[in-house]
Design a protein around this ligand. Structure first.
Ligand SMILES: [Zn+2]
Length: 232
């Protein structure tokens, strides 16, 4: 049986090769980065707290981590989600037990970016964490208001205003939010404005607790100089 499994894996990974998110080189499916890049990764596994948000992130938004998450987001590299999510799982395990959560969900995309990109990178990360931990994934939140792309706004106050009342919970999942401990996933925590709005709607619907996790967090909130990445 193992032999057939190996053959199936071989063909699967020939068609869907696994790449190192830090250099783009091919890696075997059991690795999270190539032999050269993996030793260079140094997770800080920090908890950031702003307003309603408590967010666990393995890395700062800089260097190879910044490049990897922007490639996942803007350069059509959805396969990087698998590797990046493993680091998020380790960061979570540093501060919490998986049994501290009942459900896992993600920050929803705008219809426009989902349509243009073809995927929601936060959903991919959440589903990978779900597969690793056994936590039940649900799309609990939807976007109900058109907003500017947060990535394009430099100013923290404007970011906050931009996403105010932009989210709502999905009514049919009301029972999966009330009194539940929820893990909310996004890719990047900048000012925390988006996460804060999503936490707010979950708490308004009776969530017992909401903990956030992102792959990276921004220490210097000045986003200028990031415009080399055009949003697709
Ligand atoms: Zn590499």
């Amino acid at each position: 049986m193992k032999f057939y499994r190996k053959i199936a894996d071989y063909f699967f990974h020939s068609f869907f090769p696994v790449r190192c998110p830090y250099c783009g080189g091919l890696i075997t499916p059991n690795r999270i980065a190539c032999e050269q890049c993996q030793p260079k990764t140094e997770p800080v596994n920090v908890v950031n707290e702003v307003d309603n948000v408590r967010c666990v992130s393995p890395f700062l938004y800089e260097g190879i981590y910044k490049r990897a998450v922007l490639d996942l987001k803007f350069q059509k590299c959805p396969d990087y989600a698998r590797s990046l999510s493993r680091y998020m799982c380790c960061a979570l395990e540093n501060h919490f037990n998986i049994s501290d959560f009942d459900r896992i969900t993600c920050v929803p995309p705008s219809k426009k970016s989902y349509h243009e990109r073809g995927y929601n990178q936060s959903e991919l990360l959440a589903k990978e964490i779900s597969a690793c931990t056994g936590l039940k994934f649900r799309k609990l939140i939807v976007k109900i208001k058109k907003t500017k792309i947060q990535h394009d706004i430099d100013n923290a106050k404007e970011r906050k205003l931009n996403v105010r009342n932009a989210f709502a919970v999905v009514n049919r999942y009301a029972d999966e939010i009330k009194d539940k401990r929820i893990l909310l996933v996004d890719d990047i925590m900048t000012t925390g404005a988006t996460l804060n709005e999503c936490c707010k709607v979950l708490y308004d619907s009776g969530a017992k607790s909401v903990i956030c996790t992102t792959y990276v967090f921004v220490e210097n909130k000045d986003m200028k100089g990031d415009k080399d990445y055009e949003c697709l």
